[in-house]
Unconditional design. Sequence first.
Length: 267
Amino acid sequence: MSERNQVPKGVPPEIDRLNAAMRKSPIALHVQRLVPLSKGGQTKRYEVLLRSAAEDAPNAAPHAMLKAAVENGLGSMIDRRVLTELIGWLIRHPDTWQTSEVMFSVNLTTTALHDEHFIKFVELCLAKSSLPKGTIAFEVDAPTALTLADKIGEVAAALHRLGCPLVLDDFALRTECFELLRLPGVRYLKLSTDITAKMRTDKVSQASITAVVQMARVLGMHTVAKRTDTAAEQEWLTALGVDFVQSNAMSPAVAIDSLLKQPGTRH
């Protein structure tokens, strides 16, 4: 799974320097679990989060590096590195996926969606890893998917062929978002916080959540609510039929190595 991230000849020196800095920057993978609101199903689901491993800022999200990478067309390089690190970790720790089902979703930058070589890179990585289908998923936020309507269908179809579920983040109850539900391989909808923020007091918000949940069920998809901090909010979400919550209050992000230390979860 060697990475070919060389910057083409003729690029500006500042881009070349940024590329070199990103390749050398120490990174660490953290994961945040999607906590089920009802019993049933044994698959454990995690979102993979990139963190710095630098001594001066350990475990910090490298926002500046990511922003610079995306703005300069190098975002797919970050995505490749995260995928390489994740698959390498899974290969070194087969008990995490051989004894029960597990899914890790990797965020995709806009650059990766435009990178014609990225899907081939994913295919090669998966072929060498021999991981079960569905172990690696990819996550795209709905607003980005809508702006890249000419590319997202092609990318979704390719990932679906590889057995990689697709997660749509920041999904809202808007007509333009409905078309995204037609994409092959969509299995998870992470609700926009615009929908869930007022769910306890606003009946329109409650109706919106219920509508998305019902659509998802008909289509064989799961729904996820983010940033829910209280037991009361979780009770409302459960009552409205949401399947999972992704919340720092219920399950904060942890270093991926911590998955090896959890007793009784040789997943």
